[in-house]
Write a protein that binds this ligand. Structure first.
Ligand SMILES: [Zn+2]
Length: 270
């Protein structure tokens, strides 16, 4: 939470303030990341910091409410058992998303954006669909999907865990927690040839996504805990990625605001 932005966040508001905000704009953004080791050089809250920062910039431009970031996320099996990582079970995470949306809707919010900045994009659609069956309107963008073309323009490598992209975001968003003196990365052969799976931010055509296969646990195969090339990360690259994500999200929210004024939502209830 950046200084001067405190009032964008639900947890810092009093009840009458929340009522007022819902009357002005009833879109709420739930930023989600994780508590997870990010190599030797990035903080464990890295993904949550990305989500909160980007959400804050979008809320500032659109008037959307920011729901408290839960910090914890769920993880693919390859992340488990690494020092610094605290994973939620998939069901816990999915239920958390459902409960938060249901709870916030009781306070007058009708449209929800779940902004994901962690490798759990596979875990969120089941929550979205469960909420859809109950009549809630939810959109759930993931950072490397909405900024994919920008990633390819700005970065030399794909979005890899604690690699060039995340290091760039860390240097731009939370430089005070990054130590580039110990930034080391590595590339490892996957369990099968890499041609079968698309990496995050990669083009999926003729391949399956990275989360549709079980991979070797990172604590067993990585020496430094980061994949790819963290030394290539810069704050300037981070700024460009954040800018692209914010533009995408602001355009999305502006359309929702225009088509569905406060008190209304798309007719999606079954
Ligand atoms: Zn990360």
């Amino acid at each position: 939470m950046k200084e001067g932005k405190e009032k964008l966040w639900w947890q810092n508001l009093r009840r009458p303030e929340i009522e007022e905000r819902a009357e002005e704009c009833d879109i709420a953004i739930l930023p989600v990341g994780a508590v997870e080791q990010h190599g030797q050089h990035l903080p464990t809250g890295e993904d949550s910091f990305h989500a909160m920062d980007i959400a804050e910039r979008v809320a500032e431009k659109t008037g959307a409410m920011l729901l408290p970031c839960p910090w914890y996320g769920t993880h693919p099996s390859m992340h488990l058992k690494y020092t610094g990582t605290i994973p939620l079970r998939f069901e816990t995470f999915k239920n958390l998303l459902v409960d938060v949306v249901e709870g916030a809707s009781e306070s007058g919010f009708n449209k929800f954006v779940i902004l994901n900045c962690h490798g759990q994009e596979w875990a969120i659609p089941p929550a979205v669909q469960e909420l859809g069956r109950k009549g809630y309107f939810v959109v759930a963008p993931t950072l490397w999907e909405i900024a994919k073309s920008k990633f390819r323009e700005v970065l030399d490598t794909y979005f890899m865990h604690a690699g060039e992209a995340e290091t760039s975001l860390g240097l731009y968003i939370v430089p005070e927690y990054v130590d580039m003196d110990v930034a080391e990365g590595e590339e490892k052969e996957a369990v099968l040839d890499g041609k079968w799976f698309a990496k995050p931010s990669d083009v999926i055509e003729d391949r399956i996504p990275w989360f549709a296969v079980t991979l070797t646990p990172e604590y067993k195969e990585l020496e430094f805990g980061s994949k790819g090339f963290p030394k290539e990360g810069t704050a300037e690259k981070g700024e460009k990625i954040v800018g692209a994500a914010v533009d995408w999200l602001v355009e999305l929210l502006e359309e929702i605001k225009e088509k569905y004024p406060p008190g209304t939502k798309p007719d999606i209830a079954p």
